[in-house]
Design a binder for this molecule. Structure first.
Ligand SMILES: Cc1cc2nc3c(=O)[nH]c(=O)nc-3n(C[C@H](O)[C@H](O)[C@H](O)COP(=O)(O)OP(=O)(O)OC[C@H]3O[C@@H](n4cnc5c(N)ncnc54)[C@H](O)[C@@H]3O)c2cc1C
Length: 452
């Protein structure tokens, strides 16, 4: 006969109502002895008007949380074990573009409009998040963690989860506090992880009506297929979303010599297409896509340096999603990793709520399980960006800047042959995304708990 838990309910505060925070709230809401509050800094929950791709395991997690039917309505996706084309790659920095690789992945990629995805998450939440609650700092006391918000209110919780994105206030408070108590070399390392680091890449995002593109190019590949149009130091991703009514476009321009310098200007802002002349000699499909867009949202891609832990020394505060491991977007996995964080953290906190496992152990196991994986994906994503830009990443031994793969003197067949091999490498480094299953996360949690 199941025994009823007599433990006190655990109060979990989630700072940030992005994808990571909302999935965590949903996953925790299945545990009756956990009280969840989401504190969102903005006055309403909002998502950027752009597309998002979700790989196999994040999809399985959403399915397990009861979202599959609604997710199917907003994506092209039908889970399967068949290998299907997730992206087609073209060499496009020439008048006649050429296909050089088709990325075949188990089950393919679920593509959605972010706003639709967020709506699905919100519709499934049992409680409404508290909006206009921008966390400024927190203080750990013997009776719990006190949260201080910009509107001069405060709240108390037992566990604080910083799901507050790349400029996380929770990460800042946590690292500043730990640095104060650490030896000077460790303190310096901790402080270096507070501010995000510019990747040298700038992205320009837009969503355009498919009908507009079809009017000037009825057979444009991006109307039907997820496409990657690549060239040296620049590339575009374009894929249909919202049942083919809209096309998501992201243009990337890389300056790896600027990596880890300070980005000059606002990180995110709307802008006209002043970079379009750089694509003047690209294949017509690229020029047609750009012609259809009046305004882009510029996005300077920043990352979080590898943190020594996702959890405070007190094991009462945890970081999740971009707050913990914001990465370059080239394996389409930042949100997927946030979803995996949420799933693992909720499983462990659920066990702590319902068994003799302590909260400290739950948070420390979360760090053990998730940090190596998420940080590895971040490294792979950085290298993938270089491949898209026809560059060979430096090795740890050589260091320095990436080198050119395709040279002006290469014949067309030689260039395509080199790019084809690059495609194989890209797929090999990315295959974790379609070969890992949710059951492996369950086993990792099970094994970690058994070792306690
Ligand atoms: C161009 C581009 C393309 C991408 N494509 C993909 C993709 O295809 N697939 C994929 O998996 N990932 C992709 N990503 C990555 C993905 O968008 C992020 O990793 C993901 O959105 C992070 O979610 P999050 O919840 O951790 O953070 P966020 O989405 O940043 O959410 C943080 C939330 O916290 C709130 N907040 C911030 N500060 C405070 C505070 N002090 N107090 C309270 N609330 C606060 C914010 O308002 C926000 O709502 C892409 C990223 C980029 C830039």
């Amino acid at each position: 006969m199941p025994t009823r838990s007599t433990k006190k309910p655990i109060r979990v505060a989630i700072c940030g109502g992005g994808i990571g925070g909302l999935v965590l709230a949903l996953a925790l809401s299945r545990h009756p002895t956990i009280i969840v509050d989401v504190y969102e800094g903005a006055s309403t929950l909002g998502e950027v008007g752009a597309g998002i791709g979700l790989w196999r395991r994040p999809w399985q997690i959403l399915a397990q949380l009861g979202l599959e039917a609604d997710m199917k309505k907003i994506t092209n996706y039908e889970p399967s074990d068949n290998f299907v084309a997730a992206f087609r790659y073209r060499k496009s920095d020439q008048e006649t573009g050429l296909d050089f690789y088709t990325l075949l992945t188990k089950g393919g990629l679920a593509l959605a409009h972010r706003v639709d995805f967020q709506r699905v998450l919100i519709n499934h939440l049992p409680n409404t998040p508290h909006c206009s609650k921008r966390l400024c700092s927190y203080k750990e006391t013997s009776s719990g963690i006190r949260l201080y918000f910009a509107d001069e209110t405060s709240a108390v919780c037992d566990i604080l989860v910083g799901a507050d994105g790349i400029r996380s206030a929770v990460r800042r408070s946590l690292l500043l506090r730990e640095a104060q108590e650490a030896p000077s070399d460790v303190a310096e390392q901790l402080r270096s992880c507070i501010e995000p680091c510019w990747s040298g890449v700038v992205c320009y995002r837009a969503v355009l009506p498919a009908a507009r593109l079809a009017a000037i190019s009825p057979h444009h590949r991006a109307l039907h297929l997820p496409m990657q149009y690549t060239g040296t130091s620049n590339h575009l991703v374009a894929y249909p979303i919202s049942g083919g009514q809209l096309i998501n476009v992201a243009v990337f321009r890389a300056r790896y010599d600027r990596e880890d310098t300070v980005f000059d200007g606002p990180w995110v802002h709307n802008m006209q297409c002043d970079f379009i002349p750089a694509f003047g000699k690209w294949e017509p499909e690229v020029r047609q896509l750009l012609e259809c867009i009046d305004e882009f949202k510029q996005w300077a891609i920043h990352t979080v340096r590898p943190l020594p832990s996702f959890v405070s020394r007190s094991a009462r505060v945890a970081l999740l999603g971009d707050a913990a491991h914001a990465m370059q977007p080239f394996q389409g996995s930042g949100a997927g990793q946030a979803i995996e964080d949420a799933y693992v953290l909720a499983s462990l906190l659920g066990r702590a709520a319902e068994s003799r496992m302590s909260l400290d152990s739950a948070l420390r196991l979360y760090d053990d399980i998730r940090r190596p994986v998420a940080q590895d994906v971040a490294c792979r994503s950085r290298r993938a960006g270089m491949y898209y830009h026809h560059l060979i990443p430096p090795t740890d031994a050589t260091g320095g800047l990436p080198s050119l793969l395709v040279h002006d003197e290469d014949s067309e067949p030689a260039a395509i042959e080199k790019l084809g091999r690059l495609g194989d490498l890209l797929a090999w480094e990315w295959q974790w995304a379609w070969t890992r299953e949710i059951v492996e996360l369950d086993i990792a949690v099970e094994d970690a708990c058994a070792r306690l």
